[in-house]
Design a protein around this ligand. Structure first.
Ligand SMILES: *Cc1c(COP(=O)(O)O)cnc(C)c1O
Length: 420
């Protein structure tokens, strides 16, 4: 496979951009080799600067549920472009997007649009503190909630990939406002509340983890968090930046029937453009400025292009609920076979092949994976035109553009790797 153009671009990039990338996991650090510079995408495929094509299982790390360049989104963007790119004043589209989100995710009685998942979780956390008058946050090891200072404690995603437990640059005082507990451990959560319940502003959780690879909640775990937070007057924040509109139209809260106090969304709600949201109970959201004392703002918040792409995506999903059945069936076909020495976790259209024979239920079990073998698998697939996430600790994403033929081809390539 020819990679000379990607190599040349990577050399130029590394001279100016740390690691040659604008987000760490893109650098292929844990798997080695040259990151492919992508030129364009179409449906389930991406094409790199050397003209190689790949079936894409990254989907821009989650947003592209409809694949690359879906017609409804392209049409909406073209139309929006004609009207201007940003006004710094309210637009009708923002109201329509807020109405649509609130209708599909009813726990979000009110919501605010921001520009990234990081901004959404950061703002939700500030709001939780402002509302409760408390400072402590409970998070779970291996969960990633964006690069918010106080949440970069035992975080997943790139931190897990690069083996960075706690980032430099976060003041000790910030880190001390976070209690990091093992995911899926009801007893650890009970103990934290027994000891410090009166100080805990919020529990923030990925209701299905994607950022240490895909790890589903154990039966009763989310229910226990709901009960504990309610009993101690702390808020339950579901970080659905990844799971929103992916594991079900109404996200994990619909799939598992739990109503959080606050929810963060991102990724799919922008259809590939930068946008995110936080929202929840009206009583809490009314504390946000200009209604209340919790300040949060943004020059490009509710950007008309992002809103147009997001609205087109969500309207298409609402109009085609059968797509979730298709996603479920194709993702099931892709993960129907467990290769020797691996464990597969899947929830809807997100899944991970863990290179460990044992169940993966939390960060301690995830980190036992054979990451060297994963790296070999990654490059084997890449050579055959299949692009998995370049890290063991990320979820793979299926889009509605992945055909049965894509799935068959991918399974055949994987079987070849495992010598089956
Ligand atoms: C991606 C992600 C974020 C961060 O979103 P950005 O847009 O990258 O800032 C936060 N939480 C979860 C669960 C995510 O998957």
């Amino acid at each position: 496979m020819k990679t000379s153009r990607s190599e040349a671009l990577f050399a130029r990039a590394q001279a100016l951009i740390p690691g040659g990338v604008n987000s760490p996991v893109r650098a292929f650090r844990s798997v080695g080799g040259v990151p492919r510079f992508i030129e364009r995408g179409e449906g389930s495929r991406i094409f790199d600067a050397d003209g190689n094509s790949y079936i894409d299982y990254v989907g821009s790390w989650g947003p592209l549920l409809l694949g690359h360049r879906p017609k409804p989104v392209m049409d909406a963007l073209r139309e929006a472009l004609e009207r201007g790119t940003s006004f710094g004043a309210p637009t009708e589209g923002e109201v329509e997007l807020a109405e649509l989100i609130s209708q599909v995710v009813p726990s979000m009685e009110m919501l605010r649009l921001v520009n990234s998942g990081t901004e959404a979780t950061m703002s939700a956390l500030r709001l939780a503190r402002g509302f409760t008058g408390r400072d402590l946050t409970v998070k779970f090891e291996g969960c990633y909630h964006g690069h918010v200072d106080s949440l970069l404690v035992k975080a997943g995603s790139g931190m897990a990939t690069l083996g960075i437990a706690d980032t430099a640059g976060v003041p000790k005082g910030f880190a001390e406002t976070t209690l990091a507990l093992p995911y899926n451990s009801i007893s650890a959560a009970e103990q934290a509340f027994a000891e410090r319940g009166g100080q805990i502003a919020a529990v923030i959780v990925e209701p299905v983890v994607g950022n240490m690879g895909c790890v589903p909640p154990a039966p009763g775990f989310l229910e226990a968090l709901r009960e504990l937070t309610a009993r101690h007057s702390a808020l339950l924040i579901f970080d659905e930046v990844m799971t929103g509109f992916r594991v079900a139209l109404g996200g994990a809260q619909q799939r598992f029937g739990i109503k959080p106090d606050l929810t963060t969304l991102g990724k799919i709600i922008g259809g590939g453009l930068p946008i995110a949201a936080y929202g929840g109970r009206a009583e809490i959201m009314r504390k946000v400025a200009p209604l209340g004392p919790v300040y949060q703002a943004g020059t490009l918040s509710g950007n008309p292009l992002s809103v147009a792409a997001g609205l087109a995506t969500l309207r298409y999903l609402v109009a085609h609920p059968e797509l979730y059945e298709q996603l479920e069936a194709r993702a099931a076909a892709l993960t129907a076979w467990t290769p020797p020495g691996t464990t597969i976790n899947r929830v809807g259209a997100m899944f991970t092949f863990f290179f460990s024979p044992d169940p993966v239920t939390d960060w301690d079990s995830a980190k036992k994976c054979d990451t060297a073998r994963f790296g070999k698998f990654f490059h084997f697939m890449l050579e055959r035109g299949v692009y998995p996430a370049p890290s063991q600790f990320e979820a793979a994403f299926l889009s509605t553009a992945h055909s049965e033929e894509d799935i068959r081809y991918t399974v055949a390539a994987a079987r070849e790797f495992f010598g089956a």
